[in-house]
Design a protein around this ligand. Structure first.
Ligand SMILES: [Zn+2]
Length: 369
């Protein structure tokens, strides 16, 4: 079977295929003049896929008491849980059985029968390898809201640190970000465009009340949306330039770590849903009716990331990056920096918001009164 770089989303797989340097027509997705891989003659993908498949056990080899609800078919698991393919489940099945031909011959039930992750039901394995040990996200939220706020037993910090290291991103000196504040026509001076003074900061998703972090965005439009500027508002936007190279944790990518990274496949697989949750929770927009307690889980995670030290005993990460749900269409993102002195506000502009565009469903559901 022939497949190509376009059949895949995973960057590791794409680069393996590209390295073969063979251009042609892909009979799987129909693309022309693309880098192709022939499962009949190439075997560079066999081992990487077999390593991932080793995380799964067919139902016939799982213990009796393994919850049936946690079983699924390999083609669905590969399609739904991992960001590997640009293909539908049935095509994934055909392709994977060709890539792992030997394995398919020896254990067909791994591909054809329901499968599960044996370790996902083993308490001792979860305690050591799962981000939330044997707990669910909701248990963690409940515990820090109502039991122990500053020392939770629910989060496995060593595991979180491992995942953070896989989404470490470097920004070089001179990188530019933006920050907006609703103002008047004259705007704010530069010294008022930084984070609020310590003790004065109100709670946000990435900072508890009183602890001041600098919230920045990738684009002017993202920061205007983040500050929720209204029609006819004047908004001062500051251009912030980075004073030195920094490392940050890119939480936009934490649920998209390659299935073929150096991470242990089983550990990665059992944490997929927790990583999805962290990615979503940190990006959730603040709403007026939110209780400040709702921010505790992401504040806790941010605070932990802030506390991670490098080998020299200094702070490893200068901040965290996450998706802007206010500017999702343009794939905007935000950067929260723990120490504002890493940036200098180098330019200012005052923007007058001419109008807003509302988006609503095409049909309204009228309720008779
Ligand atoms: Zn293709």
């Amino acid at each position: 079977m022939i497949c190509c770089t376009e059949c895949f989303r995973d960057i590791e797989v794409k680069s393996i295929i590209r390295r073969l340097q063979r251009l042609g027509r892909c009979t799987t997705c129909g693309n022309l003049n693309v880098y192709i891989y022939d499962t009949e003659t190439d075997d560079e993908l066999t081992e990487v896929f077999e390593t991932l498949l080793s995380a799964y056990t067919p139902v016939s080899s799982l213990p009796e008491e393994f919850p049936r609800g946690n079983l699924s078919l390999l083609k669905h698991e590969l399609h739904d849980s991992w960001n590997i393919f640009n293909l539908d489940p049935n095509t994934i099945y055909s392709l994977v059985t060709c890539i792992c031909r030997e394995r398919y011959r020896s254990i067909p039930e791994l591909f054809d029968a329901p499968i599960g992750i044996l370790q996902s039901e083993q308490r001792s394995y979860l305690d050591e390898n799962s981000l939330l040990k044997t707990y669910h996200w909701e248990d963690f939220v409940e515990a820090i809201k109502t039991q122990n706020r500053f020392h939770t037993d629910h989060l496995n910090e060593e595991v979180l640190q491992i995942f953070c290291s896989y989404v470490k991103k470097i920004y070089p000196v001179g990188s530019v970000f933006y920050r907006a504040r609703i103002s008047d026509k004259l705007g704010f001076p530069a010294d008022q465009m930084y984070a609020p003074p310590p003790g004065m900061a109100s709670a946000g998703r990435a900072n508890p009340e009183g602890i001041s972090h600098l919230y920045l965005s990738d684009e002017v439009m993202t920061t205007l949306k983040e500050v929720r500027a209204g029609a006819h508002d004047y908004v001062t936007v500051g251009r912030f330039e980075l004073n030195e190279d920094i490392n940050i944790v890119d939480l936009t990518a934490i649920n998209r770590i390659s299935a073929f990274s150096e991470l242990n496949a089983t550990q990665h697989a059992i944490n997929k849903r927790h990583l999805e949750k962290i990615n979503r929770e940190i990006a959730k927009p603040l709403r007026r009716q939110d209780s400040h307690l709702d921010y505790l889980p992401t504040q806790y995670i941010t605070d932990f990331i802030k506390s991670i030290k490098n080998e020299e005993g200094q702070r490893e990460y200068a901040g965290i990056e996450y998706v802007s749900t206010m500017n999702q269409d343009e794939k905007g993102f935000n950067l929260t920096v723990f120490d504002e002195s890493l940036f200098t506000c180098t330019a200012l502009t005052v923007i007058h918001i001419k109008g807003l565009t509302y988006s609503a469903p095409g049909r309204y559901e009228w309720r008779p009164v």
